[in-house]
Design a binder for this molecule. Structure first.
Ligand code: TRP
Length: 455
């Protein structure tokens, strides 16, 4: 592994900038929509516990490997993996698979982002008219035909325009200022939800695990969520590593990112589940959980309608930040490798995402609900394939490249740039990269294929 000399590349100006950008990619719909929804559909605390372990034992090590390889190579993901092991160009496949993951993720992500955008307007309308949002509001939106497609188109046009103009720096700044606001609003939401009568059932649903609920499919979903949440396994974090300054300490940075991201997910869970139990709802409410619960929580507060609208505005902004980081992967590839001009690359990518997205969106309503592949609708299939197959397999390959194929001395040197770590700490962390992370990924993948039985 050697560092090629490159002409002036984009870069994060400081360690704080690198941290903020990484957190900006990580925090998104994954925290407020996917984490609560998967927790509710997978039985609660057992899933949360497995998820936390997956973040600590697999997520942080894989993020560190991506940052090490990115910063060492200072190249886009396809070229970085193609060149990091001398004579083994086929590892570029990690970058190629990453492109496929980005398209699949965006296909359903923009559907959900469309719901968020729609809810900005619906909740503002509800506040003005005084007629509250109900589960029927969400049902009609998600299973509609033209309405969700129109919102998805709006989301894609906004994201494509930002990418085409190359103003992702600007959006980063907006996200950075508004993220603390989202955090604050989540805290308000938590306070309200936790003081509802009967709220404690929701807290214990989140935090008192029943180990018998940990099945192979719970393990795979928790692992997949860890990858999805931390934007791992497809080259995003490798690219971000390539912009990282030399003085950034990779392991502490990755740990802080994982902690901040997990905190936001837990705050979202603490806003949603106590309310679900207090109002007698069902935790396994599926993808609509966020949209049906948050308006109910705020409805019990003075100016609740206004808070609901504000909540969805902030959620929309966090979502744009994550979408920009997803769309940038294929766009950068078209620009750097295909020599396509940036606006054209953005238009091609946005168009492809829209076409795939139509399948996901229409599969929630009468048009395509009955079309199933491997027993799943397109929406579920895209989600399953990306989070539970492509990202973990990508992460396994990344851990193998970093832990086994790159020379240990070069790897550890890059890992510890900017400080001299105690050697026991080095050894321990490297062991996680070599054995623990790939071992666990492999075990979980094999158990979900039924090759081995873990329980
Ligand atoms: N992590 C983001 C979220 O939780 C989604 C995301 C952005 C992502 N970039 C990614 C997921 C790259 C996987 C890979 O909402």
């Amino acid at each position: 592994m050697s560092a090629p000399k490159t002409a002036s590349r984009d870069a994060f100006a400081s360690t704080l900038g690198a941290f903020a950008a990484t957190v900006g990619s990580a925090i998104g719909l994954g925290n407020i929509w996917k984490f609560p929804y998967l927790t509710g559909s997978n039985g609660g605390a057992a899933f949360v516990l497995t998820y936390l372990l997956a973040v600590a034992l697999v997520g942080i090590p894989v993020m560190a490997v991506e940052h090490v390889i990115g910063r060492r190579m200072r190249l886009d993901a396809v070229r970085a993996y193609g060149r990091v092991v001398p004579g083994q160009r086929f590892w570029a496949a990690i970058g190629w698979a990453g492109l496929a993951s980005a398209l699949l993720i965006m296909a359903f992500y923009t559907d959900v982002a469309g719901w968020v955008f729609a809810y900005v307007f619906k909740s503002a309308g509800a506040f003005v008219s005084g007629r509250p949002l109900t589960p029927e509001t969400f049902g009609a939106l998600a299973s509609g035909t033209w309405e969700p497609i129109a919102w998805q188109a709006v989301v894609l046009v906004v994201t494509t325009a930002i990418i085409a103009a190359g103003v992702s720096q600007g959006i980063e700044k907006v996200t950075k200022t508004l993220m603390p606001l989202l955090f604050g609003l989540l805290l308000v939401c938590d306070l309200r939800a936790l003081t509802l009568p009967g709220a404690f059932a929701g807290v214990s649903y989140l935090f008192s695990p029943d180990p018998s609920k940990i099945t192979a499919s719970v393990l795979l979903s928790a692992l997949g969520l860890a990858f999805f949440k931390l934007s791992l396994g497809m080259g995003t974090m490798t690219t971000y590593g390539s912009y990282m300054p030399d003085q950034t300490r990779i392991v502490p940075n990755a740990t802080r990112v994982a902690l901040a991201d997990t905190l936001v997910s837990l705050l979202a869970g603490l806003a949603i589940f106590p309310a679900v139990f207090a109002f007698g709802g069902t935790p396994a409410g599926g993808p609509g959980l966020l949209f049906n619960t948050i308006p109910l929580v705020f409805a019990r507060m003075p100016l609740g309608g206004l808070f609901t609208a504000l909540f969805f505005v902030l959620a929309a902004i966090a979502t744009i930040g994550a979408m920009v980081s997803l769309m940038e992967v294929p766009v950068a590839f078209f620009v750097e490798k295909g020599h396509v001009r940036r606006p054209a690359a953005a238009a091609i990518t946005g168009g492809t995402m829209f076409a795939l997205g139509l399948l996901a969106t229409l599969s929630q309503g009468p048009v395509l609900a009955d079309v199933k592949l491997f027993g799943k609708t397109f929406f579920d299939l895209f989600d399953f394939l990306s989070s539970n197959v492509l990202l973990p397999v990508g992460g396994l390959a990344i851990a193998i490249v970093g832990g086994w194929l790159v020379s240990r001395s070069a790897f550890v040197e890059e890992l510890n740039k900017g400080h001299s770590a105690a050697s026991w700490y080095d050894r321990t962390f490297y062991a996680f990269i070599r054995f623990v992370a790939p071992g666990l990924i492999l075990l979980i993948l094999l158990s979900s294929l039924g090759v081995i039985r873990l329980s």
